[in-house]
Design a protein around this ligand. Sequence first.
Ligand code: SF4
Length: 439
Amino acid sequence: MTQPAEIIRKSFGLKEEVKPQLAASYHSPLIEKIKANGFRHQTGRLTFRLAQEFGFCYGVDRAIDYAYETKAKFPDRRIFLTNEIIHNQRVNQKLREIGIQFLYGPYSSGVSVDDIRQNDVVILPAFGAMVKEMAELQKKGCVIVDTTCGSVMSVWKRVDAYGRDGFTAVIHGKYDHEETRATSSRSLQYDGGQYLVVRDKEQAQKVCDYIEGRGNKEEFMREFGPAASPDFDPDRDLGRVGCANQTTMLSTESLEIANMLQQAVSARYGQSEVAARFRHFDTICSATQDRQDAILKLAAEGVDLMIVVGGYNSSNTGHLVEISLQHCPAYHVKDAECIISRGLIRHKKVFSMDEIETSPWLPEGNLTIGITAGASTPNRVIEEVITRVVELGAAPATGALVCVNCGAELESRSCKVRCLRCGYFEDCSDGGNDTPNKV
Ligand code: SF4
């Protein structure tokens, strides 16, 4: 008889051993330098300002560490990831290069769970895995390295409690996102357990309308069918609701959605019933919140444009773009290749999966460019983007006058002019050495 799987949820103690490999693939001397310089980097006419919190979060750092440690621990065994470890092409490709295979998703090796043998090792990503997926793997008796982030597990605890206590879990998220699929599957462990995933306030309003008796069942199920538990019935299952979120949603929107639902429950059943029919716990993870707060702060301090680096299917990266766009032009790029030229950038359109091109995107003159990155973006990729922008765009436009001291473009063409960036005073009126550089 097959032994149940061994589940490992901690480091193998090989962190130091894999450190050089991780450094070679993901770390960036330039980003370290920028951080040491007060998150600021100036070159020619461009000033880059890095958000105080950006890039790899604690959950992603840990998942990648464990994947490399697993390879070091079991060099001769077949090692699989259930799906993308995080939403970053570079990271997933690197894992393939070291011999880790994928069971599902865009990097699938064609090996299915049915083919998993007792001697194999299967890594679960930071998003976690669905309950039934986990059960199938456990039956195989393989070694399971579970890198599910602790913040995702906190959401699961809430959703478990909702299911146990007869509340439908209303999850603010994307129903087909790996994390949300894993989270919603928790509801189905309980008799009558139900879930409903709402994408945004617009969808939440439709749920509220239904709670308050203004909905049409057919229309409701047409819209929410794929986002609801298999035998979800809005007439039966919206009487007691508990809110949760995918950990990487826009925190302000999650809070608004919870408030909307609470008001709908109150309007339908009366304020006295709210405690018995409505529950809410904020399950946005602290790393997501910190990145959203940091981009707000950076935007408020004033940048001319924002570049947000991250995978196009990365939910938390998308929200950083949404926040940025409320303050300035913002471009969501996946890597340096998106910076095509000084005049042309390729980027993901907000609220859509379309990749579009924008021209012009980099105005002339002195510019402050805000930089941030989603929780699954390695510093190396951010460095490459900054380097590419510098290569193509740091030089002043032809004919511009530049400060001989710092390289910034001078705002005036007069012979006596003070550089607004470094304060250096140019005086070419005597035709002497202080003549501003003309490009
Ligand atoms: S974004 Fe948050 S929940 Fe997701 S892996 Fe990172 S820390 Fe964990």
